[in-house]
Design a binder for this molecule. Structure first.
Ligand code: ADP
Length: 520
């Protein structure tokens, strides 16, 4: 079988060798073992089910959440001479029926469907009558309610699969699986621990940057002037932001397209095509854009606002540099972004428990923006990939621009003892006010102006103090309780700092005095 897999790789796909994790996944599937493949975007997940699909008898069923992805994949397979088809709601009922008949007649090796297809009894009866080689769940994190894009229709596929005359081998593929999501996928799809194939998460050609305290629109204009002919995506948090930025940039003569769920399907299709074919260099979009877009030469991804989770961030940022060439992933941070994300969590229909989980993930995202450590290492650790622990990437904004290391232990002790004296019942802003010695009436209300640390760091501005506290949280020297109004609390590290057992280091210039502000 192995030789067969390699032959298929070479003769059909024209590649010499497998990438990390591909062969193991393929061997697992061809040997009939349910498998979860966790690989970064661009890692080559498609071949993991396409090769076994060709090697095994019967039809491979690929479940994919996005219609745009399906058509591209089917076109690509057909171009290689492999019979493939998709069925989704973009087809007329007549087309759907004739494709179903084609499947039953054995005309196709690969069938791509959206999860909703499993609600159709005609489709299920067709599946009952054919031999199925394998079932692949692409973007498998959508099956887990802990994932950042949970789709209930994904989950309801499982009982339907169980009713087939013989249960086919299943492969789940995703680029973003935390331990919780991995465990959930394993349990739902009956995947044993030894059949979880996780490759390293690092994308060595990507440089991560966090930019704070800059006017975002000005930064973007300056950046684009410097990178005029490079293809890039700018992600905004809202449709309105996308519209505004699009107008500002096109007015100034930049070549841009926009994409969000408020546009008609035709408008979106046209925008996407103009970007994919390099007629427009920059795509300004909400997170509605991108899943399954395989554009290899994206040189930068700018996040105009912080996303809600590291998973979402890494997936969106990961759309840069699929060709393996260097690319930049820039996050423009402002404190208002945090408020927006909290608002979205509050507005969501999640239950209290799930909301707390979202707040926890949001805090990890916020910490990413405040850490002075290596950004790449931070992301990898988040995904439990310890290959960079204690080993900096040397190419992220923190690695590149940090300069002198200073000891801020004493200052940290003052902040931590202030948190303690405030009874660990208040958040970042109130703590900054107390340290500053603010005249805010709320301090009087809680009698916080009476405590010994009131005004102890009055030489700093409240903003500086807020940043210092957030830095301590990001470095895990202080914790926040999850929730809408997170309160600061001490942990073992805080105690060690207070006792003088742990030194706190900070870098004087962790953030570049970025080119952008200067080259306008
Ligand atoms: P993913 O789905 O993991 O994001 P894809 O399956 O779209 O990634 O693969 C990304 C790119 O890498 C594609 O252009 C694909 O043809 C290419 N690729 C996949 N496997 C190999 C391989 N073994 N050797 C060379 N290129 C590969």
């Amino acid at each position: 079988m192995t030789e067969n897999a390699e032959q298929i790789l070479q003769t059909y796909f024209g590649y010499d060798t497998f990438r990390t994790g591909q062969k193991q996944t393929i061997d697992n599937i061809t040997d009939g073992r349910n498998t979860l493949a966790v690989m970064p975007t661009g890692g080559g997940k498609s071949l993991c089910y396409q090769i076994p699909g060709m090697a095994l008898d019967g039809v491979a069923i690929i479940i994919s959440p996005l219609i745009s992805l399906m058509k591209d994949q089917v076109d690509a397979l057909q171009a290689l001479g492999i019979p493939a088809v998709y069925i989704n709601s973009s087809l007329t009922a007549g087309e759907q029926q004739s494709r179903l008949r084609g499947i039953e007649a054995g005309n196709y090796k690969f069938v791509y469907v959206a999860p909703e297809r499993f609600e159709s009894s005609a489709f299920i009866s067709a599946l009952r009558r054919i031999q199925i080689a394998l079932v692949a769940f692409d973007e498998a994190h959508c099956i887990s309610q802990w994932g950042h894009d949970f789709r209930p229709s994904y989950r309801s596929i499982i009982p339907n699969l169980k009713q087939l005359p013989s249960i086919p081998v299943t492969v789940a593929l995703t680029a973003t699986a935390t331990d919780e999501v991995t465990a959930d996928i394993q349990a739902l799809l009956h995947i044993e621990k030894q059949n979880v194939v996780k490759t390293g998460f690092e994308r060595e050609n990507l440089s991560f940057h966090v930019i704070k305290g800059k006017d975002k629109a000005t930064y973007i204009r300056s950046f684009m002037k410097e990178h005029r002919n490079e293809s890039g995506i700018i992600y905004t948090a809202t449709r309105k932001q996308a519209d505004t930025l699009y107008e500002q940039l096109t007015k100034r003569g930049f070549s841009a397209a926009k994409y969000h769920a408020g546009l008609t399907e035709d408008e979106r299709k046209e925008a996407q095509a103009s970007f994919i074919h390099d007629e427009k260099t920059v795509m300004i979009a909400t997170n509605a854009f991108g899943m399954g877009i395989d554009k290899s030469n994206v040189r930068f991804i700018i996040h105009y606002a912080m996303p809600m989770t590291i998973e979402a961030y890494y997936q969106e940022a990961g759309r840069a540099g699929r060709d393996g060439e260097h690319a930049d992933c820039i996050l423009l941070f402002s404190p208002q972004d945090v408020q927006l994300q909290k608002f979205l969590i509050e507005q969501s229909l999640l239950d209290e428990h799930a909301k707390q989980n979202e707040y926890r993930k949001l805090q990890a995202m916020i910490n990413y923006c405040h850490t002075h450590g290596c950004l790449t290492a931070y992301i990898l650790e988040y995904f439990n990939d310890d290959s960079r622990t204690g080993n900096n990437c040397g190419r992220c904004s923190n690695c590149l621009y940090r300069q002198e290391r200073i000891d801020i232990t004493e200052e940290a002790q003052m902040i931590l003892s202030c948190v303690k004296r405030m009874g660990e019942r208040f958040g970042v802003n109130m703590t900054a006010k107390v340290l500053k010695g603010s005249k805010d009436s709320r301090l009087h209300q809680f009698r916080l102006h009476m405590i010994s640390t009131y005004g102890i760091l009055s030489a700093y501005t409240e903003k500086e103090l807020t940043e210092r506290i957030q830095f301590l949280v990001a470095e895990r020297l202080l914790v926040t309780q999850d929730g809408k109004f997170p309160t600061l609390q001490l942990n073992q590290n805080s105690v060690d700092v207070l006792k003088g057992k742990l030194t706190v280091w900070m870098y004087t210039a962790p953030i570049p005095s970025n080119e952008a502000a200067d080259y306008q």
